[in-house]
Design a protein around this ligand. Sequence first.
Ligand code: IPM
Ligand code: MN
Length: 380
Amino acid sequence: MVSYKVPVIAGDGIGPEVIAEGKKVIQAAQEVYNFDVEWIDMPFSADHYVRTGETISESSLKELSKYRAIFLGSIGDDKKVKPGVLEKGILLTMRFYYDQYVNLRPVKLMEGVETPLKGKTAADIDFYVVRENTEDFYVGIGGRCKKGASKQELEVIRQMYSVKFGLDVETDSDEIAYQLGVVSKEGAKRIIEYSFDLANSRPKKHLSSVDKANVLTDIYGFWREVFTETAAKYPAVKTDFNYVDAVTMWFVKNPEFFDVVVSPNMFGDIITDLGAMIQGGLGLAPGGNINPKGTSMFEPMGGSAPKYKGLNKVNPIATIWAGAMLLEHLGEKQAAAGIVDAIEQNLKEKKVRTYDLGGSAGTSDVGTDIARIVKQQGRK
Ligand code: IPM
Ligand code: MN
């Protein structure tokens, strides 16, 4: 029997509750698909930070790099720690440290779930967003200049303004903040190749690129060049370019147009919240932070929602689905498919569901129901 060791970071807010259901369903899958998972619980969270001052240390990062996949609940609690500290200190640190350059986010409307898009059905909403996860405006290059900034800092800003906009700004009388976006050739190439491979493996073989090359001409003009170069190697895949503003419109108007969508980091962040809504809500949206050759990390897309903590109220399906993605990544394809089928069955039955889907069941009831279906279907 194959055995896996998987670190778990349950995190903050509803994280521990939804992770418990994710583990419960994987436990059920172990019983029918014959593999074993040993969970290694990790403490990183707001409480841990308040207690120890540690977000996640270099030695913990190193320790976790021995594993192929991490199961993550949710990080952040604004009441305990200032926003940004844990998001950057834990979540983004891990994405960057493990070079998880793929953020894979399925946008799939399951049967039995209502979409806010009038007239659209499960047949219309079934695509992937592949979000670049290590570059763009997330690289953390930026700064602020206040009155009293050093001469050197002010000179950099003055030059930037004068070169870019022909403006001669009185920088020592203003406050300025700036943040830079970066697209590298290798960075763009690897995510675009990953997306072409994914599109090529699907029946529609259609890849849509997202950018804002009409305004941010340097970074996204470059992105388009790399996309075009890569496309030449995949003659079977149909392609198109989309500006990010337009893509939000098409997600709503014609979601059936999309098959695989590749996007730079920040636009990918934004359009996947929209994607989550058209598939029925954040409670149903999983994501994988993937380094195909390293340590990957699977998580529900939604936040930690501290106000729901401990109420046994929120929908655990995004986390259970993320657990299926984790198993698929580890090579347990049948078990992964079994879990996704069981989620679909639970949603079709419309009996055991949480408040966001109009039901009154608790978080743990939904996990228990999906675990039951996994066992039932697996034994058929
Ligand atoms: C996400 C989140 C994160 C992001 C935040 C919490 C840093 O919004 O996973 O989409 O911006 O990537
Ligand atoms: Mn987001």
